[in-house]
Design a protein around this ligand. Structure first.
Ligand code: URA
Length: 225
């Protein structure tokens, strides 16, 4: 046996990794567990804290600038996202990129995107409260690692998942709220805008235009500080 092979017998990194994966949702994932997004993504791809782990192709962790000032939180992956392992890459994602570009923001420079749930719910149903709770520690770790100043919550599920506020999105969109020392704004989910394409004054797309301009203004204000 070569000395290299002998030495590898002492390598317990695989064992430790397995042992650390908090596969049971009753086991907490304390803040500070992950030192990088790569490490977090490895756990997500082996995670079975809820049954969504049984049917995923890829866990969908995030994309964009890991040092972004703005984080966008969506609901859960759809088919395109499950296949690619990247959030918001389908039609909703294309619209989201256009909305960001309209105020000169991009995932390359200013924005990091993640979801409440990392695995695709069957038939794209809304994740259950238990599924959201099982996955929440990963999102909290992502927020800690990226450390955004602004968090945009797309749709009622994202709002409920982060703040536990169960009000409808039409009631609370466009309003700044403080959560854990960060500024959050609930906004419409892009898929809602795809179903409501009118640009008339007061229509969802027009409201989104108001909201994204408010986000841009806040972003500029924060940069100046
Ligand atoms: N919708 C979401 O909420 N998240 C995605 O990643 C894709 C679509």
């Amino acid at each position: 046996m070569s000395s290299e092979t002998q030495l590898s017998l002492f390598d317990d990194s695989t064992f430790n990794q397995q042992e650390l994966i908090p596969t049971d949702a009753k086991i907490s994932i304390p803040p500070g567990t992950y030192s990088s997004m790569t490490e977090l993504a490895q756990h997500c791809n082996q995670c079975h804290r809820c049954a969504l782990g049984d049917t995923r192709t890829h866990a969908v962790v995030g994309r964009g600038n890991l040092k972004a000032s703005i984080m966008i939180v969506g609901e859960a992956p759809g088919q395109n996202e499950d296949e690619t392992g990247l959030p918001f890459v389908g039609k909703s994602g294309q619209l989201l990129e256009k909305i960001l570009a309209s105020v000169n923001l991009s995932t390359e420079n200013d924005v990091y995107i993640a979801n409440i749930n990392k695995c695709r719910p069957p038939e794209n149903r809304v994740p259950t409260t238990e599924e959201m709770a099982a996955c929440k520690p990963y999102l909290l770790e992502q927020i800690r690692l990226v450390d955004p100043k602004i968090i945009l919550l797309t749709g009622a599920t994202a709002v409920k998942g982060i703040t536990n506020d169960k009000r409808g999105i039409t009631k609370i969109r466009g309003q700044w709220l403080e959560w854990e020392g960060r500024l959050c704004m609930p906004i419409f989910h892009p898929s809602y805008l795809l179903r409501n394409p009118s640009r008339e004054v007061g229509a969802p797309k027009w409201l989104m235009w108001q909201d994204i301009q408010a986000v841009r203004a806040k972003f500029d204000e924060i940069q100046k500080r």
